[in-house]
Ligand binder design. Structure first.
Ligand code: UD1
Length: 429
């Protein structure tokens, strides 16, 4: 398998264009199951996860055509007919978000059989809220041998759903099903992430009636059918935050373009507290750090607009070199500090107790072999490698390829000494 090697010490200087958001793109792709007309998505990131979902959709009956458009990569998805309502274990296990095809399949055809995703490295990640939401819309759900058998023979009907806590995936899933349900649906305590608003915008272009996305209460008036539409995927706020932190770690000045600073306000507050200069502009933001030691800060992850759990590992990498002790609390996922021991291999001083990590800043990190454990953890190791003395080699790069488009190219263009080492086929790292 591929590895990424980074020779630390180079300052970053230049511009990085941000791609379309992975977490939005995969839900928008699932929305194409709701109509027999073409859904054209522009500003599409080309990632292992989008390719993967494309393959699952093809099995379900979607024609997927990728092309290069004037506004970045495009994907045209047309599901004239659902050929199969079956999403098998091996496909759903590999990418949890595949589970989100359940709602659209049910809404369009009244039945589906979709594998439960199972746990993952960052926690148990159950789907009970997804299933309760579908039941509130009139679905009959049975679980057998790891599969969800869902039925709504007379079609879904609107309902009241109050989420006991905020879930991005369950909010999106309820939305994807409610748009074609008969009557009105109200979703309370909904997630407010920008990806929810993006999905609602796209669904509305397809003829849905969704109001209140981006707030805790979303109202949906079901419609009989949806049409095709054209929609540009919103910029990836996690990629934006990741490169902002990479620039802060390596030092220098990097302009992030084709993105939005208001998506990462909680991060910007913490970066400034740490002593990094961040200047928003209409097309994104510029991050600058010249010499001087970073200050330790305290933070807690929270649902949007709070500090994103998907940026926690990257921020921890930055704090490994800060002056003093920073405290990082993870409140979304129960097992999301697996990067801590790997950062420790580079010389970081981190102790973890339950959902809290204490990072005592050190003067320098030293390059080493490290192992990526999940998508965001792996990029935190790349960030640490940018500032470590000598060479850092990140193994299991397939995690990175799931969510970061052309990472080496983007960082390399700003002066980072980073390269991919191709692995032998079948090699087990
Ligand atoms: C999405 C993002 C992920 C991000 C996360 C939180 C995608 C593809 N992934 O994941 O990158 O880290 O939001 O911002 O968009 N939970 C339950 N039962 C459920 C659903 C969730 O207990 O039915 C729990 C989860 O285990 C977790 C918490 O709720 O502890 C929040 O998870 P959720 O917001 O649903 O995350 P995802 O949608 O899986």
């Amino acid at each position: 398998m591929d590895r990424i090697a980074i020779m630390g010490g180079a300052r970053l200087q230049g511009e990085i264009p941000i791609s379309g958001a992975k977490n939005s793109a995969i839900k928008l792709m699932a929305a194409s199951l709701l109509t027999d007309e073409p859904l054209r998505l522009t500003n599409m990131p080309r990632l292992a996860d989008t390719r993967f979902l494309g393959r699952l959709l093809q099995r379900l009956g979607t024609e997927v055509v990728e092309s290069a458009g004037p506004d970045g990569a495009e994907t045209l998805l047309t599901t004239r007919e659902i050929m199969s309502g079956f999403a098998p274990y091996d496909l759903v296990r590999q990418m949890r978000a595949s589970f989100n095809v359940l709602g659209p399949l049910l809404a369009r055809t009244g039945q589906a059989k979709v594998s439960l995703p199972g746990g993952c490295t960052i926690g148990a990640r159950p789907v009970d809220l997804h299933l309760k939401a579908l039941e509130a819309l009139g679905a009959r759900i049975d679980l057998h041998e790891g599969y969800v058998y869902a039925q709504a023979p007379g079609g879904l009907r609107g309902g009241e759903i109050e989420f006991p806590f905020v879930s991005v995936g369950a909010t999106e899933h309820a939305l994807l099903a409610a748009v074609l349900a008969r009557g009105a649906t109200v979703l309370r305590n909904s997630a407010q992430e920008p990806e929810i608003t993006d999905l609602a915008d796209c669904l509305n272009k397809m003829g849905a009636k969704v109001e209140g996305a981006g707030t805790a209460t979303i109202r949906v008036q079901g419609v009989e059918r949806l049409t095709g539409a054209s929609h540009a995927v919103l910029p990836d706020r996690i990629e934006t935050g990741t490169y902002a932190l990479a620039a802060a770690m390596a030092g220098g000045e990097v302009r992030l373009t084709r993105t939005r600073s208001d998506f990462i306000e909680a991060l910007i507050v913490k970066m400034r507290e740490a002593g990094v200069e961040v200047t928003p502009h209409p097309d994104g933001l510029t991050v600058k750090r010249n010499g001087g030691r970073l200050k330790a800060v305290e933070l807690e992850t929270d649902p949007f607009p709070g500090f994103a759990t998907d940026l926690q590992a990257q921020f921890m990498a930055l704090m490994t070199l800060a002056d003093g002790e920073s405290v990082i609390r993870e409140t979304i996922f129960e097992n999301r500090f697996m990067h801590a021991p790997e950062l420790g291999r580079l010389g970081a001083d981190i102790s973890v107790h339950g959902g809290e990590a204490r990072v005592r800043g050190v003067e320098t990190l030293e390059g080493a072999q490290v192992m990526a454990t999940d998508l965001r953890a792996s990029v935190s190791l790349v960030i640490a490698g940018l500032a470590a003395r000598g060479e850092t080699v990140v193994n299991r790069v397939y995690h990175l390829d799931r969510g970061f488009e052309r990472l080496e190219e983007k960082l390399g263009a700003c002066g980072a000494d980073i390269r991919r080492i191709k692995g032998d086929a079948g090699e087990d790292d």
